[in-house]
Ligand binder design. Structure first.
Ligand SMILES: [Zn+2]
Ligand SMILES: [Zn+2]
Length: 588
């Protein structure tokens, strides 16, 4: 997108940061966009990071602290939950194992003796002075966005990051080790946790000179021009407004805490929108919620009414997940027929945008916010598109997704074509029409070969797979960015060598790493940033994309494997493209 030439400059205006997310049409946004054409922002963006999600699920899940200067504290050695659990554990063992299953390793949750690394304060021979293999690509319960690693990512080229405050109450309901400060009157409450995360983001930015929370696109330009990391705040939740009738006040409270973009879809159906149907765990939680939200009870194999989460037993959970998998979503095809949910077969969530969802969409548009369509059902996206079109083609984008027709396999633990979340031609049309963009997930997913990428598709689940989808997306006319989803309860791309290389397949035997540093004036703009040290490159080779500090090695791995420069250029322009998208949203 080059809005700079499309929008006429207007007079100089002083922005009062923090005053409002709003900007008058034709205001500062368009003026700065005009300036932007001459001096595009350098570096890339990560459109989806859960930096402070140690607060999610009642604070009982994620181990480690993002906002602590001392890595010996922030990333201290965990117990592996050997004797007693103090993190990474629900009340139901099988659920822990199901959630962390990835088909390659023993996983990262429940009992995880082999994953208990981090800083080890004991003396030789036990001392572990680095994070070799930890946190790894399969981490879903250990801190991956420690501030020291984020600062290194920034030094190496990350110039803008969308930090999303995230929670999902049903997971909190079944969690061990919850913390009262992250709950409300002893009950799970997403609003309390989200507010804590947003406040923590503000505390973090206030005490670290190299990062600032961007409150307008012009502000983001100034932050980045000053050599700092621009952090944009967002929200990803199922009950973001605490189910309050005056939800607009909660939205404005979030805005006062710095939120400038908003994800309308949750992990199961919300009061606002249908969710994308993804896997057995979420299907089961939707099934349970269908009862409890209506004040009803259910019973499973061992009988007796279950009327609250506290009533649910281990046997119930095994039954719901494994013996007799339950699915609380209702799916229909285009003809309106009900069938088993399977996006590849055309059966998707019947729920679109609710009347309340239309109100929320309008409230977000009134506040000139770019709306994130991630996790919204296909029908909800189509409904939202109609609202956006009726209001002058408002910006819609996807902060973290995949391209459905490029995915291979049907493993329940990675993105695939049976799932509703990956984008189709329908989504791509919506995003292109509204001048949005796509954050491409850095997951351990299989992708079809796309020859124009210039990269051999010879290592499933690695940066080689990512390069295929990235190139394909750019050739659809989309602007792309990274979407790491770090700390987001999801796995990352795998290494190409070692035991876990190429998802443990024989493909790893033909892989090697040949790092080729770019020229200083390389067209993707990365030549001006610090090149990863040997240590960082080696961590990436062992861990895959294990933490946020390894973002540049992902980029350089794709460069070194021969990804055509035009695709690296698109990724390298992602910060500029995001800020221009934000400028457009502000001007609408
Ligand atoms: Zn642990
Ligand atoms: Zn997320």
């Amino acid at each position: 997108m080059s809005l700079g030439v499309a929008l006429a400059p207007v007079g100089c205006q002083q922005v009062v940061e923090g005053a409002s997310a709003e900007a008058p049409a034709g205001g500062e946004g368009s003026q700065v966009a005009a300036v932007a054409a001459a001096t595009p922002l350098k570096g890339y963006a990560d459109l989806h990071v859960h930096m402070f999600s140690e607060a999610m699920f009642g604070g009982g899940w994620l181990y480690g602290i993002a906002n602590h200067d001392d890595y010996r504290v922030a990333l201290r050695r965990c117990s592996g939950n050997l004797a007693t659990t103090d993190h990474a554990a629900t009340r139901f063992g099988p659920l822990n194992e199901f959630l962390s299953d990835n088909g390659v390793t023993d996983g990262d949750a429940g009992w995880h003796w082999g994953k208990r690394r981090g800083w080890d304060e004991r003396s030789w021979p036990f001392k572990q002075e680095d994070w070799e293999h930890w946190p790894s690509w399969d981490a879903i319960a250990h801190q991956q966005v420690w501030q020291g690693h984020l600062q290194e990512a920034h030094r190496q080229g990350l110039s803008l990051t969308v930090v999303s405050a995230v929670d999902f109450r049903p997971m909190c309901e079944v969690m061990e080790n919850r913390k009262a400060i992250l709950m409300k009157d002893g009950r799970c409450n997403e609003y309390t946790s989200i507010k804590w995360q947003l406040q923590e983001a503000n505390r973090f930015a206030a005490t670290h000179s190299w990062v600032e929370i961007a409150l307008s696109p012009a502000h983001a330009r100034r932050i980045i021009a000053a050599g700092k990391l621009a952090m944009v705040l967002s929200v990803e939740a199922t009950e973001p407004f605490d189910n309050r009738a005056d939800w607009q006040n909660v939205l404005d409270e979030y805005i006062s805490l710095g939120v400038r973009t908003f994800q309308m879809g949750g992990h199961i159906n919300t009061a606002f929108a249908g969710a994308t149907v993804m896997n057995k765990a979420y299907n089961a939680m939707q099934w349970i919620e269908n009862y409890f939200r209506n004040g009803q009870c259910f019973s499973t194999i061992d009988g007796g009414p279950r009327c609250t989460y506290d009533d649910i037993t281990l046997l119930d959970m095994v039954d719901l997940l494994e013996l007799n998998p339950r699915n609380g979503f209702t799916c229909r095809n285009a003809a309106g027929q009900v069938g088993a949910c399977n996006a590849a077969a055309g059966y998707t969530n019947e729920l679109g945008l609710t009347p309340l969802g239309v109100q929320l969409a309008n409230a977000l548009m009134d506040r000139h916010m770019a709306i994130d369509i991630s996790h919204m059902s296909e029908r909800a996206v189509q409904d939202l598109f109609a609202v956006a079109q009726s209001r002058g083609n408002r910006v819609l984008y996807s902060s973290h997704s995949h391209f459905r027709e490029r995915l291979i396999g049907d493993d329940d633990h990675m993105a695939n074509q049976t799932q509703e979340k990956p984008l189709t031609s329908m989504h791509i049309n919506v995003i292109k029409t509204t001048h949005g963009m796509v954050g491409l997930r850095t997951g351990p997913d299989y992708a079809m070969a796309y020859a124009p990428s210039g990269v051999a598709d010879s290592c499933d689940g690695s940066a080689r797979s990512y390069a295929q989808s990235l190139a394909w997306g750019v050739d659809q006319g989309l602007n792309l960015a990274f979407a790491s989803d770090m700390n987001g309860f999801i796995q990352q791309m795998v290494p190409r060598t070692g035991d876990e290389g190429c998802r443990g397949s024989g493909q790893r035997d033909s892989q090697s790493y040949r790092w080729v540093a770019p020229a200083a004036n390389v067209s993707d703009g990365l030549g001006g940033f610090a090149y990863p040290s040997t240590e960082y490159l080696q961590w990436y080779q062992k861990q895959g994309f294990g933490h946020i500090g390894l973002l540049r090695p992902v980029f350089e791995d794709m460069r070194s494997m021969g990804l055509a420069q035009k695709y690296l250029d698109n990724l390298g322009a992602s910060t500029e493209n995001f800020v221009e998208m934000w400028e457009l949203a502000q001007s609408q």
